[in-house]
Ligand binder design. Structure first.
Ligand code: AMP
Length: 204
């Protein structure tokens, strides 16, 4: 089976939808953001190199990202294809990806810029399971409230930089994949379950 890319601005709900797609398709999720955060918490050389970019809301250089991806795709569970989340984010990343794996579909979750700040600033993560909640749109159960953490780059100022990076470096990938005929757009400005259903309709 070939791989799928989940595409969209920060806060579009890629991670949330990735969990549902993973459950349905069995494809392992490959999130470069999660991999970088893990590398950083393990204080690896790569994690420390990426830190400044991430905290400033800028893209990490392509070479670092591509070496992470190349290593990840060598693992056994990636042999049947993977679900990319937050990768590729630049044209050079997409070009390199096309040399190492085949894509069946790029699912673009569309959310207007105006909603992104509220979506991201209210986002919280369960520090034990990694599950994502939102103080308004998806409140966590009260028994795990004390485990909730906020990502360091989920502040309004950093989100604005992340949105700038998205518009100046990443958004153009939608045209790139539309030209290849594999871009599928989904309205992400709806209830989570409705977005999931639209995505599942694309997968059948
Ligand atoms: P995310 O969890 O996908 O929002 O990513 C968090 C941060 O990690 C981004 O703001 C970037 O600094 C970095 N990052 C994640 N994936 C990539 C990528 N494919 N290319 C460049 N930087 C990335």
């Amino acid at each position: 089976m070939s791989s799928i890319v989940l595409f969209g601005p920060p806060g579009a709900g890629k991670g949330t939808q990735a969990a549902a797609i993973m459950e349905k398709t069995g494809l392992p999720q490959v999130s470069t953001g999660d991999m970088l955060r893990l590398a950083l918490s393990n204080r690896t050389e790569l994690g420390l190199e990426a830190k400044g970019y991430m905290e400033a809301g800028k893209l990490v250089p392509d070479e670092l990202i591509l070496s992470l991806i190349q290593e990840r795709l060598k693992e056994d569970d990636a042999a049947g294809g993977v679900l990319f989340d937050g990768f590729p984010r630049t044209i050079p990343q997409a070009e390199s990806l096309s040399e190492i794996t085949e894509l069946s579909m790029v699912i673009s979750i569309e959310v207007p810029d105006d909603n992104i700040i509220e979506r991201i600033v209210g986002r919280r993560m369960d520090s034990e399971t990694g599950d994502i909640y939102h103080i308004k749109f998806k409140p966590a159960p009260s028994e795990i409230e004390n485990r909730l953490v906020q990502r360091k780059d989920d502040t309004e100022e950093t989100v604005r930089s992340r949105l700038d990076a998205y518009h100046s470096q990443t958004a153009t990938l939608a045209d790139y994949y539309a030209d290849m005929g594999i871009l599928k757009k989904v309205d992400g400005d709806r209830e989570i379950i409705e977005v999931t259903n639209s995505i599942f309709n694309l997968l059948v």
